[in-house]
Design a protein around this ligand. Sequence first.
Ligand code: DX5
Ligand code: ZN
Length: 229
Amino acid sequence: MHSTIKIAPSLLAADFCRLDREIESVEAAGADLLHVDVMDGHFVPNITIGPFIVEAIKRIATLPLDVHLMIAEPARYVETFIDAGANSIDFHIEVAPEPAALIETIRGHGLKAGIVISPDTPVEAIIGALDAADQVTVMTVYPGFGGQELIPECVEKARRIAHVAPNVDLLVDGGINAATIPTAAAAGANVFVAGSAIFGKENRSEAINCLRRLAQEAHERRTQHSRRR
Ligand code: DX5
Ligand code: ZN
């Protein structure tokens, strides 16, 4: 299991009228990454931000930008988001007929490449591309909207992926909060995307510290358990 715990606030839940202050607040609060949700109204039934806003975020952010593409044609737009300043790009396997080529393009520009798997997609769909990827994101809600409840079956999927690819960074995205992070961490996830559980709280340090502590405790229990076996 990857032991480095990272907390990635999802900007989707931030106040976009005050994006600079929102970013500053989570950076000061100890976040590890900024998660940026790009939606096109085709792959998901919602439209959010495009490369122009990613570029603006890049100008004010000091943390790396993890860009989650929820778009129908990731291969067509990946270079645009690389130019906009992404540090890692995550594309959905459901719309990537040639994941290896896409990973190569992303990594060829010095970025981390990530594969994302939606709730209805079986783990088998990503197995062939796992070795080449730097990170895998298990969607723990249906992509498209923040503030949804985590789907427990998706955590089981994360457990299987952690088992077959113990060295990859394993992200969980959707419905992650203080109540759900322990099971996701126990399943082997090490990077936690959280929107409402961070931006919905007045005190961002407290929110981030609490998530990190709960994830760490779950990892420690998991390690002790596997030592005993
Ligand atoms: C959903 C997005 C998530 C979302 C998470 O499609 O990929 O990143 O913002 O939001 P919460 O943490 O509120 O479920
Ligand atoms: Zn996301």
